[in-house]
Design a protein around this ligand. Structure first.
Ligand SMILES: [Zn+2]
Length: 311
């Protein structure tokens, strides 16, 4: 039986992940639930976007960091991720190219490309790209059992099942740690960053890519944006990414707009078209005229950061 959680249960307040304050917030969007039930479907990565569900979104008045507040019990969130479906398999080719491009940029800051860790690695597609770029010792961490089952035989033994924490690996071990579209999902992103600092060698770097709440598509779509979603517990922009890494001991080297490669079919699946049959029809039309798989490289709504552990 898939686990379901009624949103009528007790909700828990969240602190700002930068300053730790629970109070002093302003509301950005009120909570919105569909049928008042949250289940594994709600937590499946890149699920076909059709239902608008999210917790209340607030902004910290001091730091400007947006967060979901209040949320359901974090332990239940972890269990939902374990059972979540891995549905972005067909898009991994484009993600691999996008992320691979930025890994080359991050590698310029390190002396040796030897050991890499990918947090929230899904089926390990990016781990394979890191190996192609010369990294010899490549690891991943992923909470979804189904995602790991889809990993290739060469990659699978190097993926640890579970939620990332520092005790999974030795200290001062990695040259690069990558976190793609994953930091927003953590209950304590500050702790994740602190753990990255302890696992990196002195001079090692993190490469992080997140949705950007200050980007034009998110600003234009507002609450209809796929970024405003129950899966996201924190919502970043360039400024708050820089703040959270600096407050956890990193030297921020670069904050940049990410140019993603996307197929038209994928972009169409993200559009807030209602009713849903109309969107289905539109995607079928793209297939019919054979442009569904056409790729575009656009700066649509992601922000990246490269930060270094002090030497
Ligand atoms: Zn704050």
């Amino acid at each position: 039986m898939p686990e379901s959680i009624s949103t009528k249960q007790i909700m828990i307040n969240t602190p700002c992940a930068i300053c730790g304050r629970i109070t002093e917030t302003s509301q950005i969007y009120p909570a919105q639930f569909y049928g008042e039930i949250i289940n594994e479907e709600s937590f499946s990565a890149r699920r076909f976007y059709n239902q608008k569900i999210h917790f209340q979104v607030v902004s910290c008045l001091k730091c400007g960091l947006w967060r979901s507040d209040p949320i359901i019990d974090p332990e239940q969130i972890c269990r939902l991720y374990q059972g979540s479906k891995f549905t972005y398999g067909i898009h991994t080719k484009n993600l691999e190219k996008t992320y691979g491009h930025y890994l080359k940029k991050a590698s310029k800051y390190i002396s040796k490309s030897e050991r890499l860790l990918d947090i929230g690695c899904g089926n390990g597609f990016f781990m394979a790209e890191a190996k192609r770029q010369g990294f010899k010792d490549v690891w991943g961490v992923e909470p979804s059992i189904e995602a790991i089952e889809q990993a290739s035989d060469l990659i699978k033994p190097f993926i640890k099942l579970g939620v990332f924490s520092a005790n999974l690996f030795p200290s001062d071990y990695f040259d690069v740690i990558t976190i793609f579209q994953a930091l927003e999902h953590f209950v304590e992103p500050g702790k994740v960053i602190e753990d990255c600092l302890s696992l990196l060698k002195p001079g090692g770097v993190v490469l992080v890519i997140n949705h950007n709440i200050s980007s034009w598509p998110v600003r234009f779509l507002g609450e209809s944006s796929p970024v405003i979603d129950i899966e996201h517990l924190y919502f970043f922009n360039g400024q708050t990414m820089k703040l959270i890494f600096e407050s956890n001991g990193f030297l921020v080297k670069k904050v940049f707009r990410v140019f993603n490669r996307h197929t038209l079919g994928y972009l169409a699946s993200l559009l807030p078209i209602q009713p849903i049959w109309l969107k289905d029809y539109f995607i079928k039309f793209l297939k019919l005229v054979k442009i569904e798989q056409k790729s575009l490289i656009l700066p649509i709504g992601n922000v990246g950061l490269i930060a270094q552990k002090p030497k």
